[in-house]
Design a protein around this ligand. Structure first.
Ligand code: GDP
Ligand code: MG
Length: 163
């Protein structure tokens, strides 16, 4: 049985940083089909012997605020079609944006497990600020720093629990 987890979230929240970190650390294999334009990236991750597919969405979206709800919908569609679990990444440095709200509205309707991952929680001050995201109304909330790796172990324990 193969298990798939997708990372969704608006541009610049740190999806690719987490994706690369999880693959690097677990010595996973990145499926890199060169020359093919893709809106997602696939990799294989291994956490304590639990192996799962990881999808990074929004690969070719420019890192600007100038993106639209259509892009958000595309990402979520990929996740809902292909993934068993969904990492919904948000960014404590910017707080909750309209695009975060738009994505949360769609993700609230799925029965698949959704893990709200507040990224860039690099210090104690940001940990306090991160509690703002509880208001999105999801049960599973994780505060992480994709750069330092803090909090990622707890997240991976939760994400791999169904495997
Ligand atoms: P994506 O567009 O969601 O894939 O975001 P990226 O992974 O490309 O990251 C966007 C920016 O956020 C980059 O400059 C990263 O270095 C930065 N970033 C990612 N994770 C963290 C983090 O945990 N803390 C801080 N301070 N910056 C981060
Ligand atoms: Mg990216």
């Amino acid at each position: 049985m193969s298990y798939t987890v997708a990372i969704v979230g608006r541009p610049n929240v740190g999806k690719s940083t987490l994706f690369n970190r999880l693959l690097e650390q677990r010595k996973a294999i990145v499926d890199d089909v060169s020359g093919v334009t893709r809106d997602r990236q696939y990799g294989l991750a291994d956490w304590n012997g639990k192996v799962f597919n990881l999808i990074d969405t929004g690969g070719f979206v420019p890192n600007t605020e100038d993106i639209f709800e259509s892009e958000i919908r595309k990402q979520v569609k990929i996740a809902l079609e292909e993934a068993d679990g969904i990492i919904f990444m948000v960014d404590v440095a910017t707080g909750i944006t309209d695009l975060d709200d738009a994505m949360a509205d769609i993700l609230r309707r799925t029965k698949k497990p959704v893990y709200v991952v507040v990224n860039k929680v690099d210090n104690g001050t940001r940990e306090l600020e991160a509690t703002e995201f509880y208001s999105l109304g999801f049960t599973n909330n994780y505060f992480i720093s994709s750069i330092s790796g803090s909090g990622t172990g707890e997240l991976l324990d939760a994400v791999t629990a169904p495997i």
